[in-house]
Ligand binder design. Sequence first.
Ligand SMILES: [Zn+2]
Length: 143
Amino acid sequence: MKAYKSGKQRRAEICAARAAKRLRRPAPAAQPVQAPRPRGTAPVAPGQLRPHNSYGEPDFVRRGYYEDLPFRCVDCGAEGVWTAVRQKWWYEVAKGDVFTTALRCAACRAKERLRKEAARRAHQEGLLAKRAAKHRLAPLPFG
Ligand SMILES: [Zn+2]
């Protein structure tokens, strides 16, 4: 004979099954305790970074914030600080490569920019001169 169960009995069984299931499920991994971000740092927004996949995560992504970085200018040797806010701008707004860091002080950066512009201009002028010379050398049709 088939035993029919009351709704109350069924509910009790369902509750018991759920409780058992809860016990079987592994405890949720403890959330890593986010240390408060130190003063003078800037938070990292990983979604804003230029895509990077082959070299792992840069330190600031693992840490979760940018912090002021001291550096020495490669041109004049001056000591400088690449601030957290400027790093955030470089990586997230200018989309600089996540593995690049500050190399030059502000003055040398300005000088370098001028040097590059001059080099580019010289290159362009050289190309134009070459093209003009090529046209002059072209045989004239029944001159
Ligand atoms: Zn410098």
